[in-house]
Write a protein that binds this ligand. Structure first.
Ligand SMILES: [Fe+2]
Length: 412
């Protein structure tokens, strides 16, 4: 069962068990449109029934920056309006979380208003969300912007607007948009510049359509409690689920493994992705390059069980590690940047037997992509030292059924 199905089932059980927890959020004559302010390209005035927009230019809108909405409790929008004039474009309800601006990634697309001067009630569900996961990810909704239309003329009167929860309202969660960061490794060469680029990435991620982030190892160049405290504080600004992969700078420095685990937990784990039926398996390649006998055996056992479980559950698998299996050829000689040959063969044999779609890595500080046995291997651009001197940045993957697309999102 994927996460969205699970969420719907839990919500429907909860809604039956405890009807009052999903109290509707309503704006109308009684509860007031007072918090809807800062009209742009229109004037607004209260009426006996609600709020009247007199539209002056394209893209009229009004914003409410004092909401605090738990997105998990609302999946349906209902509003009542009447309109006149030459309105011919559809409208939008934008939403934003803490630290976010309004964006085309985060909106409900509303139908073109009818301009017969009669009252109409429209109900839309999660089906009209541009990117449904942006409704759920990143905490409560802190601001809304209502654009009745894009057209620059006419009048529009809003009598009632309501957010509610309907058990069967659809939320499309077919695709997965996942960001891959490789080796932030702050302090490798130029601490301030590397920190600045990492901060730029967080800003870009917070305003992207990415649903989750994987960091493929090497958070800081030097790993100790002080440096990881700094890193974690910076990372706390990220409004997306983030999955940390252990790199050699994280777990292979003197005493760094227990400190890293103290900050980020186990170095091998698996988690369902927010959508699309994907399972992310995170592994610790340091345990293959420099085995710690009992721990390496434990990870191998974990990996096998996760592969079987994902296959049985009909999940597609994404693997994230620090070191790549190989860089240019499966037969290349063993070195610092790839996996030992015996382990390489063992891993390739496994990959052939399971529905693995992508293998995300770092470590080399070079950006590359190849496909082997139907699996996409990706080493993303970095924000620390780039040995191949390509752009700094991260990769944004769209897993769309059988198609995988990616682009690099650069930072300066
Ligand atoms: Fe590195």
């Amino acid at each position: 069962m994927d996460q969205s199905t699970m969420k719907k089932i839990i919500l429907s059980i909860l809604s039956v068990a405890c009807m009052n927890i999903f109290a509707d959020i309503v704006w109308n004559k009684t509860t007031g449109f007072d918090a809807w302010t800062n009209p742009l390209n229109c004037t607004i005035s209260p009426t006996d029934d609600g709020l009247l927009f007199t539209i002056k230019a394209n893209n009229p809108c009004v914003a409410n920056r004092s909401v605090d909405i738990d997105p998990n409790q609302y999946n349906t929008l209902t509003y009542t309006y009447r309109a006149t004039g030459p309105i011919k474009h559809h409208g939008h309800l934008f939403y934003a979380k803490e630290g976010q601006g309004f964006s085309d990634y985060r909106l409900w697309k509303l139908p073109v208003p009818k301009t017969d001067g009669e009252w109409h009630t429209v109900t839309v569900t999660g089906e009209v969300l541009a990117k449904p996961w942006t409704w759920f990810n990143g905490g409560n909704i802190k601001s809304l912007r209502f654009d009745p239309t894009y057209t620059g003329e006419g009048t529009y009167e809003l009598r009632k607007m309501k957010l509610s929860y309907q058990e069967n309202a659809a939320m499309k969660f077919d695709t997965l948009v996942l960001a891959q960061l490789s080796d932030p490794q702050i302090g490798f060469k130029d601490y301030d510049a590397e920190m600045d680029r990492f901060r730029q990435e967080i800003n870009k991620l917070n305003n992207s359509d990415c649903q989750a982030v994987v960091i493929c190892g090497d958070m800081m160049h030097i790993t100790n409690r002080e440096t990881l405290t700094v890193f974690k504080k910076e990372l706390s600004r990220l409004k997306l689920p983030v999955y940390i992969v252990a790199g050699n700078h994280d777990v292979a420095q003197k005493n760094s493994r227990p400190i890293f685990e103290e900050f980020f937990g186990p170095t091998f784990y698996a988690v369902d992705m927010p959508s699309g039926g994907y399972r992310l398996i995170v592994l610790d390649t340091e345990l293959w390059q420099h085995p710690i006998e009992a721990l390496t055996a434990k990870m191998d056992d974990f990996f096998q069980k996760e592969l079987d479980a994902a296959k049985n559950a009909n999940k597609k698998i994404i693997i994230a590690t620090h070191a790549p299996i190989f860089i240019e050829s499966p037969d290349e000689k063993e070195e610092y940047f790839n996996l030992p040959k015996s382990r390489r063969k063992w891993l390739q044999d496994k990959l052939k037997q399971y529905p693995v779609v992508a293998f995300l890595t770092g470590h080399t500080h070079t950006a590359f992509t190849y496909q082997w046995n139907g699996i996409l291997f990706s080493s993303a651009e970095t924000t620390s030292v780039s040995f191949d001197k390509v752009t700094y940045g991260f990769r944004r993957f769209v897993f769309d059924h059988d198609l995988i697309r990616y682009n690099t999102v650069p930072v300066k």
